[in-house]
Design a protein around this ligand. Sequence first.
Ligand SMILES: Nc1ncnc2c1ncn2[C@@H]1O[C@H](COP(=O)(O)OP(=O)(O)O)[C@@H](O)[C@H]1O
Ligand SMILES: O=c1ccn([C@@H]2O[C@H](COP(=O)(O)OP(=O)(O)O)[C@@H](O)[C@H]2O)c(=O)[nH]1
Ligand SMILES: [Mg+2]
Length: 238
Amino acid sequence: MWRRVASLSSFISSSNSSFLAQAACRLNIWESLTTGIAQQAKGVIVPKEKTPFITFVLGGPGSGKGTQCIKIVETFGFRHLSAGDLLRREIASNSADGAMILNTIKEGKIVPSEVTVKLIQKEMELSENHKFLIDGFPRTEENRIAFEQIIGVEPNVVLFFDCPEEEMVKRVLNRNQGRVDDNLETIRKRLKVFEALNLPVINYYSQRGKLYKINAIGTVDEIFEQVHPVFRAFEVVG
Ligand SMILES: Nc1ncnc2c1ncn2[C@@H]1O[C@H](COP(=O)(O)OP(=O)(O)O)[C@@H](O)[C@H]1O
Ligand SMILES: O=c1ccn([C@@H]2O[C@H](COP(=O)(O)OP(=O)(O)O)[C@@H](O)[C@H]2O)c(=O)[nH]1
Ligand SMILES: [Mg+2]
């Protein structure tokens, strides 16, 4: 849904009517105006006009990604898409890929990019919200490239929860959510995979000036105090 509207917005701003667009936006009639144009052009109702704002939330297993995402959603109203949750939902729904996904997760390995990106894409297309928190993805450079190719956009912000290994192990072993991968053997494998495959993604975004590194030690609220200004800055601009 956001993709169709994103291309509509760029059509309008490139058609020499940016002043009109800005004025309409201020008068709060932007939505009805764009909807009307969309109806004329395609005969369908397109209810939103905003380009997506994408945040990737990265960090090792147990670094607190999911916990902080809940707080970001409460405060800033994002749509939270946990790649791990989407994959676990596939397992639970007995989908064609379910058995493969379960084995991959048990081994602490990474599910093929196409599978994960398609699940994320479906949720993004269904969403009425244009602000996305994509939690636990991309896990590899291959994941990252697949997302860029299939979805066709880059993240605006990349959060990295930086946590010492022994703390991550302690948190995962205490997580108590009945997950097949929350055991010492799988955690060891996941930490290796994180270092070998996810750190290059984190470095990539650091070089592109998109990375916000958060010290993941402290209480949940103390950590959120570091996260808050990142989004606050974007709210002021946007
Ligand atoms: N700052 C924190 N201090 C202590 N425990 C935490 C903190 N943040 C999260 N946890 C706990 O650690 C476990 C892992 O957190 P979670 O958010 O699931 O991490 P991730 O999504 O990165 O694997 C959960 O049981 C969570 O309640
Ligand atoms: O993009 C992803 C996200 C997750 N996973 C798999 O799902 C597991 C659990 O991921 P999740 O993000 O839920 O774990 P967390 O880091 O939050 O503990 C990972 O170890 C991988 O096996 C994957 O293959 N690709
Ligand atoms: Mg998580």
